[in-house]
Structures are given as C-alpha cells and as structure tokens.
Design a protein around this ligand. Sequence first.
Ligand code: ZN
Length: 257
Amino acid sequence: MKIALVSDVHANLHALDAVLDHMGSVGADQIYSLGDVVGYNAFPSECTRLLREKASVSILGNHDWAATKGSPDGFNIAAKAAIDFTRRHLDEEDVKYLSSLAPNATIDQPGFILDLFHGSIADPLWQYVFPSAAPGVFREIADELPPTRRRVVVLGHTHVPMALSSHALSAEDLGDFHTGVPVEKLDAGRREQLLLVNPGSVGQPRDGDPRASYAILDSESARVTFHRVKYDVSAAARAIREAGLPGVLAERLSIGR
Ligand code: ZN
C-alpha cells in the first residue's frame, strides 16, 4: 500500500488540490495527515473538509489547536491574524473535526510500526525537530527501539523535508544518515530498522523551494519517496491578499520561506 504523508497544508487549497492530483497520478492508496490543516492561508474550511473526507489518519497541529480549542498566544502577528481569520471561517463541523484530533498516532503496518507526531515525540504539538537537531533525536529513538521491530517515525511542523535512516541500530551505523535539504526523490527506507521522516509542507514550504512538498511511504518496504509539486503560487498569494490576511504571508509563498 502506498501511503501519502502530508503535513502543514495550512489552508492552502491551491497547493492541496495540486498535491491530491499528483498523489492520484502516482497511485497513493491512503492519506495520512500530520496536522496544521489551517492557519496562514485563505481556505481553512475547504482544506479541513477535503482532509476530513480523504485522510484515513489525521493528527492535530498547533495551528489546528490554536484555532479551535486553544489560543494563539506566542504566535507572531501574522500567524495570530490568520488564526482570527480561521476562527471566523471554520464551520461547526470543521471545529468539531479538528478539535477531535489527537496530537499523535501509532499504526501497525505489515512491516513496521508507524508513529506520527506533528512536532516531536517529547512534545507532539510544539517542539521543532529541524534537520540540524534530527541526528540527536534519531539516536534517542533508536536507543528506545525494541530490537525486533522496525519503526518509522514521521514528524511535521518544521515545513522542511527530511529523512534519516540507519542500516542497523548499532552506534557505528548511526552515522549513516540521509539528510539534506532539498530532498528530492530520496529512497531512504529500504532495509533500515529506523526511519525518521518529515514530508515537508504542502501549503507553506520553508526550504527555499516554493513547490508543495509531500512524501509517499510504502507500507511493506518502508521505502519513502519525496515529491515536489508545482502549483499556482500567485493565485494562492492573491487569495491571501483578497482575504485581508497580512501581505507577508503571500510574499513568503513565492520564495518558499
Ligand atoms: Zn505548520
């Protein structure tokens, strides 16, 4: 089975539509969403509805939390403005759905255990695991891993695609990382016992590449393939301006930051 891993859609309907088309063309069977369906962009309700229909597994992101059952304290001004906008544009069903999500999920796959967190294992909602910190996190997970099981841990939140894997759990082998940004069509998971993945962001990539980012995970081989998908960035930016959201949110889309 091919599982499409999507994260940080952030109400960017133009990007989400393009990614859904793309995953159809590569034969994805299921969609797992890593959270932050809303925030930043102009279509929170539309994106929530689409993922509610299409995602088999969905977890909560910090923006989903802030817009429904939490608060945007600590967010910057633009992000706060987007939360206000989001609250005005989600209907009752959207709020019910988003606030029902848990911040992590564990799913048994044929060949491995799959763990999803929006942020990190230690702090599923808020902690960022950027590529620079990922090797340390990787070692911690590897140390706790039951030796007989393979495990794939998927994170979102940073908007930066990443994959780290080891051929074994011994200390020597932990040097064998696959990292790097941008990561394109990286086959990182085959035969490894631990794979740490971030599929990047659909709706607001921050690795300098404005194209929407997502990944496909093969549920038997644990092989991961990253995809970047072109979409109509200027239409998404125009929608942000027309919605009265801060212009900086439109500008960042075209530079992928
Ligand atoms: Zn996000």
